[in-house]
Structures are given as structure tokens and as C-alpha cells.
Design a protein around this ligand. Structure first.
Ligand code: TRH
Length: 382
């Protein structure tokens, strides 16, 4: 029996860029590293366009970087389901597509990432829906989960960027900036974070800080801190020991470079969080706000797992800054303590990045998982 290596991925953009950010990376990796044919259904091409600038929002179907991108709306005429279907983040497959699925279709719900211990038990469970079976695939940090989204060479690339001053210089120049000798901080966060308190702590730092802010919904808070009504891409502002640069919203690969070129990365949600891990630099993660303090549980589960073997002083400085970032205040002392731990944190995060990169990555696990199910159904006929 010939194997059809087509996979369908469904992406519903709830808000922000995480859903499409993850689906786009996954689609590209499944194609380039696993030679699969990918049809990516996206429900909001306009938001996707900000992350994938090559998208023509007027087209129903188009091919970008070898991925077939299809507009998903109420009138979409679906082709028969591919042998493997990824429903990202429980986005609910449309009924007229579900009708084309067979009992043998491998239907995988790709869930959100969490470091909580329950993930190990829930990963790879399944439930029946009529004649169909829906499998629950949970990304995670331990070998018994679905793993982390990681391209084959990303860690190596980030580490060589770290050693190559000339490549870093090229990157800064591409943004119209000179390389800075200061402590370099990238800032990507939700608008409810205590942004003004952080900038104020940076301004009072004992070390000079260069902060890089990709254009996003936080610019009005940043403008307010500097007493401006608006900010433009390309603006540079200074206050005491802080110099802040407003940079464009970058391509995903340039954003990776920004993370690799900075000394501290403030990241959020899911995808930028994972990228900060692969950058191997100290980072502060702001989880996506959820009800019932779920995001705080998620943050603490991650900090406990990731920093389990970290020296007590370094760990305390890291936990304190994360907790302050979730609150309304960042006392200057907490920021200063964190700065004093940059060297040990750098070494520790690099080591953790290397250790996690030894585990099988999420796309490979998805492929192994689906092949196993197909073998169970068809036996040696495939
Ligand atoms: O945008 P987010 O807040 O996405 C969130 C989370 O994924 C959350 O879990 C989910 O529930 C919610 O969406 C719906 O943060 P995240 O996940 O980091 O996604 C941002 C994407 O934007 C990521 O792919 C990196 C990318 N990015 C760039 O490409 N260029 C940039 O300049 C920046 C700042 C980000």
C-alpha cells in the first residue's frame, strides 16, 4: 500500500500570535525535516499575514515555503481529509471536514505547552467520537510528554551566533543599530505587565542597559514611561542608565537572532518562551493570563522544573524577578539582584538548553506517534 504523506493542520487564531506562530513553525519543520506535504488551514489570514508576510490575504489557497495555506471559513470547500490531521489547541474541526474523515484517520489534538506534572499522565490518551478517535498530544519538558518544538539545528545555530561577533554585528546593522557594549535586553510581553516599573528599575541599574522593544501592543506603556504620546519604529529614548530602541516586529528567524544576541530576554505565551530556551540565555517568561490563577501554577511548575539544579542564590533571584513581573511592582533591588546573577544564569541556561535539546523534539514525536497508530490499524500493509 502506497503511503500518502499528506498532513492537514488546522489553526484557529484565538488572539495574539502564538497559535499561528506554533502552527507555522511546525508546518515548516514537518515539511523540511520529515518530507511531509502540509496543508495548513488558517481561519484569519489577516493576523497570520503579520507573522507570514508573504501571505496574500485575497487568496483562498496559496503555497508559501512549500506549505499549502488554505483560508478556513464557513464556506471552505474541504478536500478529503489527509491521513493525519492536527487540530491545534482544541480549535474544533469543522463538521463538513469531519465528514470526510475515516475511522483510520489519525486525528491529533495538539495541546498547549505546560511543565505541570499532570501532562505526563494525559499525554497520548485518546477518546472516541463516533467512529473516529481523537488523540491528545501534550508538548512538555519530560521524555514521557510530546516534547518541545525544536528545529534540528536551532541550538547549534544560536550557540554559533553567540560566538560570532561579526554575525551579531550584521544583525544589529540590519536593524540600523550599532552593537552595544551594554547589558542587552529584549522586551516582548503582555500590556498588563508592570512595564513602567521594569523600565524604571532598568533606568536605575548600576549597569547601563540597552533595551530592544519589537513594535507591539506595549508601545503606549513604553511611550508613557518616557513622557511621550506615541512612539515610532526607529525611536531611541534614554533615561538615566537605560537606552531603549523601538525596533520593527521581526520575522520569526530574526526574532530568534534577537534572542540570541541579547543577554536577557523577556518573553511571553508559548512560542517565544520556547525560543528563549533554545537561545540559551537568561530569560523571564510571562505566561498567558488565565482564569483561576492557572497561569501562576504554570509559571511555578516551569520554574521548579527548569531551575531544579540551579544554585540557591541564582534561583532565588530568578524566581523573585518572575514573581515581581507577575505582580504590579518591580523593586529596583530585585532587578539588581537578577543582574548580579547573569554569569551563573547564562551558564545554567545554556546547560539546560543543551540538555532539553537531547530529548526527541515535538515534530519527530508527532511523526513517530502517528506512524505507530497507522501500523496498529494497517499492520504490515504499510
Ligand atoms: O502572541 P502570544 O502571546 O501567543 C499566545 C500564546 O501562545 C498563548 O499560549 C495562546 O493561548 C495565545 O497566544 C492565544 O506569544 P507567543 O506564543 O510567544 O507568540 C508570539 C509569536 O510571535 C512567536 O511565534 C514569536 C513571534 N514574534 C516574531 O515573529 N517577531 C517578533 O518581533 C516578536 C516579538 C514575536
Amino acid at each position: 500500500m502506497a503511503i500518502d504523506k499528506t498532513w492537514d493542520i488546522f489553526c484557529k487564531i484565538v488572539d495574539n500570535f502564538g497559535d499561528i506562530g506554533i502552527c507555522w513553525r511546525l508546518a515548516k519543520q514537518l515539511r523540511s525535516e520529515h518530507q511531509l506535504t502540509i496543508r495548513l488551514y488558517i481561519d484569519d489570514l489577516h493576523i497570520a499575514n503579520q507573522l507570514i508576510p508573504a501571505i496574500d490575504t485575497s487568496l483562498e489557497q496559496q503555497s508559501i515555503e512549500g506549505i499549502s495555506i488554505i483560508a478556513w471559513h464557513a464556506d471552505t470547500k474541504f478536500q478529503p481529509a489527509a491521513p493525519v490531521v492536527i487540530e491545534s489547541f482544541a480549535c474544533e474541526l469543522p463538521p463538513n471536514y469531519l465528514n470526510t474523515m475515516q475511522p483510520s484517520t489519525v486525528w491529533i489534538n495538539l495541546d498547549y505547552l505546560s511543565a505541570e506534572s499532570w501532562v505526563d499522565d494525559f499525554h497520548a490518551k485518546s477518546s472516541k467520537r463516533g467512529a473516529l478517535t481523537r488523540h491528545f498530544f501534550f508538548p512538555g519538558f519530560t521524555p514521557s510528554t510530546g516534547g518541545l518544538l525544536r528545529e534540528y539545528d536551532i541550538v547549534k545555530e544560536q550557540q554559533s551566533l553567540d560566538k560570532a561577533a561579526a554575525h551579531q554585528q550584521d544583525f544589529w546593522q540590519s536593524l540600523g543599530l550599532a552593537p552595544s557594549p551594554n547589558v542587552k535586553v529584549s522586551l516582548f510581553c503582555y500590556p498588563h505587565a508592570p512595564i513602567s516599573a521594569l523600565l524604571s528599575a532598568m533606568a536605575q541599574s548600576s549597569l547601563p542597559i540597552s533595551c530592544y522593544v519589537p513594535a507591539s501592543s506595549i508601545l503606549s506603556s513604553v511611550a508613557e514611561f518616557f513622557g511621550q504620546s506615541t512612539l515610532q519604529i526607529g525611536d531611541t529614548l534614554t533615561k538615566q542608565n537605560l537606552t531603549l530602541h523601538v525596533i520593527p516586529f521581526l520575522s520569526q528567524s530574526d526574532y530568534d537572532k534577537l534572542l540570541g544576541c541579547c543577554d536577557i530576554n523577556f518573553v511571553r505565551g508559548e512560542d517565544s518562551w520556547i525560543r528563549a530556551i533554545w537561545a540559551g540565555k537568561p530569560f523571564i517568561w510571562q505566561p498567558y493570563l488565565q482564569t483561576e490563577q492557572t497561569h501562576i501554577k504554570k509559571l511555578h511548575a516551569f520554574l521548579d522544573l527548569f531551575y531544579a539544579d540551579c544554585a540557591a542564590t541564582t534561583k532565588a533571584a530568578t524566581f523573585n524577578l518572575h514573581n515581581a513581573w507577575l505582580s504590579e511592582q518591580i523593586p529596583a533591588g530585585i532587578w539588581q539582584d537578577y543582574l548580579s546573577q547573569l554569569n551563573p544564569l547564562n551558564a545554567y541556561n545554556r546547560q539546560q538548553s543543551n540538555a532539553l535539546a537531547q530529548q526527541t523534539d515535538l515534530s519527530t514525536k508527532l511523526v513517530i506517534f502517528s506512524e505507530k497508530i497507522i501500523k496498529n490499524i494497517f499492520g504490515n500493509k504499510v
